[in-house]
Design a protein around this ligand. Structure first.
Ligand SMILES: *Cc1c(COP(=O)(O)O)cnc(C)c1O
Length: 487
């Protein structure tokens, strides 16, 4: 009997190789020419409406599919690769990281564990990260992003702090409510995690901040005391190293002292800010980070690796595994063979099948050297200070928050115009800047005042790109203010 042996491997490897080579050459050329492109371009309606094809039952071939990508996908991203992209907190990716992702997909390693070379790469990367973050010897895991890294940290904290076997019993009532703390500037992951972990949103106490957008330590201590008096069980304080709004960092030693005194878990959300810790120059602002029980840090923001890549570190390895390990007969470790060494990574997070993210960290750290990465983080901070200085000394511009790190919040101002109108005017400045493809800051509101927010986590940004933001803000601001005055 004749069998047809079907596969998805190419019928003609030579032909595949030539297309693959072209994809690589095209992408390298695209990266090289980024600076000549607009920072962003809106997607034309016909392109937007083109994503309506029926299920493609019959294949058109890789060349045809690739053309669709080139014409309809690649030109219309949010622009975060561009040297003048400063919105939200978004990394840019690197050519080295791109190649690492390709190599990782090429071997398609299953990263539940398996004690082979890929697992040793992740072990090594985690050891490097623990050392760089001031937590040598910590347990850790590479995960998709800060949301996941921080949620895992809180999960371990909840397990340790519950005072009963929360994995067995869950949160089914009849016990003191568990509560945890952060500030009003804590990123939205904490609320989501509170919901997801069954704690409920109200269990997350958002303590006010001081004028530097740092958690008010006295209010924090008072909140913990009040909750204890009310019969609740405080189990964790979340401090932030580098808040999203303004780049502020809580007094980490101050929070650590409170946690120590109260005997509760100290978690740090260091999504981007923690990456400044290895810099001798920037570390003083992060003093106390080394005292965290757990830390979440992104490698796809200020580590510039392609999405996704983040790291959670937990000082107490046993607590980490105890909170998350899984048991199943089909996952049992064997003495020898492929399963020797078990699946330790699956025991430290939520995912069983995991991608080989570790390779891009490993290759990137080795290829560039960590010193080069840290030097560019320092450069971003210097660029932010330069921008803050330009704004502070310009009569038509106003700084709206301190600039402790890499985030600059400012607005265009016109004497005698009330905040409400300035808010609308500044939002319009931002949108015009984006739509013209000049630069992509994002917006935020600080104390009721609309702010153009420039967050520099960009290894491609030059000082001239920072100047371009100032000039664009002034040009659009003057045009809008002039139009308003002439009305
Ligand atoms: C970006 C960010 C997060 C979320 O991280 P993702 O990588 O987007 O999941 C959490 N906290 C802070 C302070 C952030 O900047």
């Amino acid at each position: 009997m004749e069998h047809e042996d079907l596969t998805l491997d190419p019928a003609d490897w030579q032909l595949f190789s030539s297309t693959a080579t072209r994809m690589l050459t095209d992408t390298v050329a695209y990266l090289e020419a980024l600076r000549e492109q607009p920072a962003w371009r809106a997607m034309p309606d016909d392109v937007r409406q083109s994503f309506t094809a029926p299920v493609p039952w019959d294949g058109a071939g890789l060349d045809r599919a690739y053309q669709e990508f080139l014409h309809r996908v690649r030109p219309y991203t949010n622009g975060n690769l561009h040297p003048r992209f400063f919105g939200w907190v978004m990394g840019n990716g690197t050519p080295v990281g791109m190649m690492a992702d390709m190599l990782a997909s090429g071997i398609n390693a299953h990263m539940a564990g398996f004690n082979q070379a890929p697992a040793l790469v992740e072990d090594e990367v985690l050891r490097w990260m623990a050392e760089l973050m001031g937590m040598p010897g910590a347990s850790g895991l590479l995960v998709s992003g800060g949301m996941m890294a921080n949620t895992l940290g809180l999960t371990v904290a909840r397990h340790v702090g519950a005072g009963f076997d929360i994995r067995a019993e869950g949160l089914q009532g009849g016990r003191p409510p568990l509560v945890f703390y952060g500030s009003t500037e804590t990123h939205g992951w904490a609320t989501r995690a509170a919901e997801l972990l069954g704690l409920g949103r109200r269990s997350f106490r958002q303590v006010p901040v001081d004028e530097g957008y740092r958690i008010d330590l006295r209010a924090l201590a008072a909140a913990i005391r009040a909750d204890r008096d009310a019969g609740m069980r405080p189990f964790c304080v979340v401090a932030t190293a580098g808040t999203t709004n303004t780049g502020s960092t809580d007094d980490l030693n101050g929070v650590a002292d409170i946690c120590q005194r109260e005997g509760i878990w100290f978690h740090i959300d260091g999504a981007f800010g923690a990456m400044a810790y290895p810099s001798a120059r920037l570390r003083p602002a992060l003093a106390g980070m080394e005292r965290a029980d757990s830390l979440g840090v992104d490698l796809h923001k200020w580590g510039w690796l392609p999405f996704e890549c983040a790291c959670v570190l937990v000082r107490d390895a046993d607590a980490h595994a105890a909170a998350l390990s899984i048991q199943a007969a089909y996952l049992n470790e064997t003495e020898r063979g492929v399963m020797a060494g078990g699946i330790p990574f699956a025991d430290r997070g939520l995912e069983l099948t995991r991608s080989f993210k570790a390779l891009k960290v490993w290759l990137s750290f080795q290829a560039h050297g960590v010193a080069a990465i840290i030097r560019i983080i320092e450069q971003n901070v210097e660029q932010a200070r330069y921008l803050a200085e330009r704004i502070a000394t310009h009569a038509e511009l106003e700084l709206l928050a301190p600039v402790p790190l890499n985030v600059v919040c400012f607005r265009y101002r016109v004497e005698g115009i009330p905040d409400r109108e300035l808010n609308a005017l500044n939002e319009e400045i931002l949108l015009r800047m984006q739509e013209a493809g000049e630069a992509v800051p994002s917006g935020t509101v600080l104390g009721g005042r609309y702010s153009i927010r420039v967050c520099i986590v960009n290894h491609r940004t030059r000082y001239s790109d920072v100047d371009a933001v100032v000039e664009a803000a002034l040009r659009h601001g003057r045009a809008l203010a002039g139009a308003a005055a002439g009305r």
